[in-house]
Ligand binder design. Structure first.
Ligand code: ZN
Length: 146
Protein backbone atom coordinates (compact mmCIF):
# COMPACT_ATOMS: atom_id res chain seq x y z
CA UNK A 1 0.00 0.00 0.00
CA UNK A 2 1.83 3.10 -1.18
CA UNK A 3 1.80 6.12 1.11
CA UNK A 4 0.37 9.47 0.19
CA UNK A 5 3.84 10.86 -0.48
CA UNK A 6 4.49 8.13 -3.05
CA UNK A 7 1.18 8.85 -4.73
CA UNK A 8 1.99 12.56 -4.83
CA UNK A 9 5.44 11.86 -6.26
CA UNK A 10 3.83 9.71 -8.93
CA UNK A 11 1.36 12.43 -9.93
CA UNK A 12 4.16 15.02 -10.17
CA UNK A 13 6.33 12.69 -12.25
CA UNK A 14 3.43 11.82 -14.51
CA UNK A 15 2.80 15.50 -15.31
CA UNK A 16 6.53 16.08 -15.77
CA UNK A 17 6.92 13.17 -18.20
CA UNK A 18 3.62 13.73 -20.04
CA UNK A 19 2.89 17.44 -19.72
CA UNK A 20 -0.68 18.43 -20.52
CA UNK A 21 -1.59 21.26 -22.92
CA UNK A 22 1.94 21.68 -24.19
CA UNK A 23 2.44 24.11 -27.08
CA UNK A 24 1.57 27.65 -28.12
CA UNK A 25 -1.50 29.63 -29.23
CA UNK A 26 -1.64 32.20 -32.01
CA UNK A 27 -2.70 35.80 -31.32
CA UNK A 28 -5.16 37.13 -30.23
CA UNK A 29 -4.41 34.61 -27.47
CA UNK A 30 -2.46 36.26 -24.66
CA UNK A 31 1.15 35.25 -24.09
CA UNK A 32 2.96 35.87 -20.82
CA UNK A 33 6.28 34.55 -19.63
CA UNK A 34 7.84 34.01 -16.26
CA UNK A 35 11.34 33.22 -15.04
CA UNK A 36 12.64 31.82 -11.82
CA UNK A 37 16.33 32.76 -11.86
CA UNK A 38 16.98 30.86 -8.62
CA UNK A 39 16.37 27.57 -10.41
CA UNK A 40 16.53 28.51 -14.10
CA UNK A 41 12.86 27.72 -14.74
CA UNK A 42 11.22 29.41 -17.73
CA UNK A 43 7.51 29.28 -18.45
CA UNK A 44 5.39 30.68 -21.24
CA UNK A 45 1.64 30.66 -20.71
CA UNK A 46 -0.78 31.20 -23.59
CA UNK A 47 -4.43 31.75 -22.77
CA UNK A 48 -7.50 32.39 -24.86
CA UNK A 49 -10.31 34.10 -22.96
CA UNK A 50 -13.79 34.13 -24.46
CA UNK A 51 -16.84 35.44 -22.60
CA UNK A 52 -14.93 35.39 -19.31
CA UNK A 53 -13.98 31.76 -19.78
CA UNK A 54 -10.45 30.48 -20.22
CA UNK A 55 -11.36 28.57 -23.36
CA UNK A 56 -7.85 27.36 -24.10
CA UNK A 57 -4.41 27.28 -22.50
CA UNK A 58 -1.00 26.14 -23.72
CA UNK A 59 2.29 25.95 -21.86
CA UNK A 60 5.82 26.23 -23.20
CA UNK A 61 9.18 26.54 -21.54
CA UNK A 62 11.57 24.42 -19.58
CA UNK A 63 12.73 23.90 -16.06
CA UNK A 64 12.77 21.57 -13.11
CA UNK A 65 10.19 18.86 -12.49
CA UNK A 66 8.31 20.95 -9.92
CA UNK A 67 7.91 23.99 -12.19
CA UNK A 68 6.92 21.94 -15.22
CA UNK A 69 4.52 19.60 -13.46
CA UNK A 70 2.90 22.50 -11.62
CA UNK A 71 2.32 24.24 -14.97
CA UNK A 72 0.88 21.05 -16.47
CA UNK A 73 -1.48 20.48 -13.54
CA UNK A 74 -2.49 24.12 -13.64
CA UNK A 75 -3.38 23.92 -17.33
CA UNK A 76 -5.48 20.81 -16.79
CA UNK A 77 -7.22 22.38 -13.79
CA UNK A 78 -8.23 25.67 -15.39
CA UNK A 79 -9.00 24.88 -19.03
CA UNK A 80 -12.64 25.69 -19.77
CA UNK A 81 -13.19 27.37 -16.40
CA UNK A 82 -14.64 30.85 -15.80
CA UNK A 83 -11.99 33.50 -15.11
CA UNK A 84 -13.42 34.16 -11.63
CA UNK A 85 -13.03 30.49 -10.74
CA UNK A 86 -9.49 30.47 -12.12
CA UNK A 87 -8.58 33.48 -9.99
CA UNK A 88 -10.02 31.73 -6.93
CA UNK A 89 -7.89 28.69 -7.72
CA UNK A 90 -4.73 30.81 -8.11
CA UNK A 91 -5.49 32.30 -4.71
CA UNK A 92 -6.06 28.92 -3.16
CA UNK A 93 -2.92 27.44 -4.67
CA UNK A 94 -0.78 30.30 -3.37
CA UNK A 95 -2.34 29.85 0.03
CA UNK A 96 -1.42 26.17 -0.03
CA UNK A 97 2.12 27.24 -0.95
CA UNK A 98 2.21 29.47 2.15
CA UNK A 99 2.82 32.63 0.15
CA UNK A 100 2.45 35.60 2.45
CA UNK A 101 -0.21 38.24 1.90
CA UNK A 102 -2.75 35.66 0.82
CA UNK A 103 -5.83 35.48 2.99
CA UNK A 104 -7.79 32.36 3.72
CA UNK A 105 -9.12 31.42 0.29
CA UNK A 106 -12.48 30.32 -0.96
CA UNK A 107 -12.13 26.57 -0.52
CA UNK A 108 -14.87 25.81 -3.03
CA UNK A 109 -12.23 25.87 -5.78
CA UNK A 110 -11.21 22.20 -5.89
CA UNK A 111 -7.48 21.52 -5.94
CA UNK A 112 -7.63 17.96 -7.25
CA UNK A 113 -4.20 16.75 -8.38
CA UNK A 114 -2.73 20.06 -7.30
CA UNK A 115 -2.72 18.79 -3.74
CA UNK A 116 0.21 16.67 -4.85
CA UNK A 117 2.32 19.81 -4.72
CA UNK A 118 1.62 20.64 -1.10
CA UNK A 119 4.72 18.71 -0.02
CA UNK A 120 6.79 21.38 -1.78
CA UNK A 121 6.04 23.72 1.12
CA UNK A 122 8.57 21.73 3.15
CA UNK A 123 11.26 22.90 0.70
CA UNK A 124 10.98 26.70 0.70
CA UNK A 125 13.52 27.09 -2.11
CA UNK A 126 11.21 25.10 -4.41
CA UNK A 127 8.06 27.12 -3.67
CA UNK A 128 9.07 29.64 -6.33
CA UNK A 129 9.27 26.76 -8.82
CA UNK A 130 5.74 25.63 -7.99
CA UNK A 131 4.23 29.12 -8.08
CA UNK A 132 5.98 30.35 -11.25
CA UNK A 133 3.31 29.18 -13.70
CA UNK A 134 0.55 30.56 -11.47
CA UNK A 135 2.05 34.02 -11.26
CA UNK A 136 2.55 33.98 -15.01
CA UNK A 137 -1.07 32.94 -15.51
CA UNK A 138 -2.29 35.71 -13.17
CA UNK A 139 -0.37 38.23 -15.25
CA UNK A 140 -2.03 36.90 -18.40
CA UNK A 141 -5.49 37.22 -16.83
CA UNK A 142 -4.73 40.81 -15.84
CA UNK A 143 -3.76 41.53 -19.44
CA UNK A 144 -6.97 39.90 -20.65
CA UNK A 145 -9.01 42.09 -18.32
CA UNK A 146 -7.56 45.33 -19.72
ZN1 ZN B 1 12.61 24.96 -10.37
Amino acid sequence: MPGLEDLYREIILDHYKSPRNRGTLEPPAIRTEGHNPLCGDEIEVYIAVDNDIVSDIKISGQGCSISQSSASMMSAAIKGKPVAEVRALIHRFKHMMSIEDVEEPDTSAPLGDLEALQGVVKFPVRIKCAVLAWNTLAEGLDTAAQ
